[in-house]
Design a protein around this ligand. Structure first.
Ligand code: PEP
Length: 248
């Protein structure tokens, strides 16, 4: 059974002090959720957030990492460091990293391999731009992203992979994909997972929707058969709103 996952991507927001405050409030608000709930703060807040979640069911993820373990890579963060801190999840291939930092499917593939090597659960983001959707090439783009990012992964235990379908045109814009569109693309991603990996994995891997998720639309999204949770950006910065999403 796929346990729903609601993950908050805080992006470049919240000082360590603000992060602690949010977690302390959030813990009391999500006690009755059936979902697994995770927060992904900035690197500098990870340590404080890990301490703040102690004794709760909240999970902690990073927003990125490099694929090498160590070395002369100024400014990068190693999977070894994240594992040493007991970070459970890492978001990889977010569209903002693809768009502003030039991350390619090939680089994301290396990062995924590094995450699996170090037993950090990756949340792999895929999604088409508005231009690509208007050109009618959504499925080609998603297929290429899934196939390239997940190439040569057979030596790893991929049960812990999470995929997030995040149409770029819906991120931070207030435009949400319709529940039918999101469900259709996620079903297509599951089909791709079956082809690239195998049927069992395709049925067990959780696929989230992300893009302007709010408390007002989470229920209808979660009611769709293929949608296993949400990756929440802007709305995860407001503790009341995120708690409502997590307790959909
Ligand atoms: C995201 O950045 O992963 C995201 C889905 O953002 P938002 O919810 O703000 O659209």
């Amino acid at each position: 059974m796929r346990v729903p996952l609601i993950a908050g991507n805080w992006k470049m927001n919240k000082t360590p002090q603000e992060a602690i405050q949010l977690i302390n409030e959030l813990k009391g608000l999500i006690q009755n959720t059936a979902a697994e709930v995770a927060v992904c703060p900035t690197f500098v807040a990870l340590s404080d957030v890990l301490k703040a979640v102690e004794g709760s069911s909240l999970k902690v993820g990073a927003q990125n990492m490099y694929h090498q373990d160590k070395g002369a890579f100024t400014g990068e963060i190693s999977p070894v460091f994240l594992k040493a801190m007991n970070i459970e999840y890492v978001i990889l291939g977010h569209s903002e990293r693809r768009q502003y930092f030039g991350e390619t499917n090939e680089e994301i593939n290396k990062k995924l391999a590094a995450a699996f090597t170090h037993n950090i659960k990756p949340i792999l983001c895929v999604g088409e731009t508005l231009e690509q959707r208007e050109q009618g090439i959504t499925f080609e783009v998603i297929k290429e992203q899934v196939q390239k990012c997940l190439a040569n992964m057979h030596q790893f235990d991929l049960e812990e992979l999470v995929v997030a379908y995040e149409p770029v045109w819906a991120i931070g814009t207030g435009r949400t994909a319709t529940k039918e569109d999101a469900n259709e693309v996620i079903a297509f991603i599951r089909q791709q997972l079956k082809e690239v990996l195998n049927e069992k994995l395709s049925l067990n891997i959780r696929i989230l929707y992300g893009g302007s998720v709010k408390s007002s639309n989470i229920r209808e999204l979660m009611d769709m058969p293929e949608i296993d949770g949400a990756l929440v950006g802007g709305a995860s910065l407001d503790v009341q709103e995120f708690a409502k999403i997590a307790c959909y």
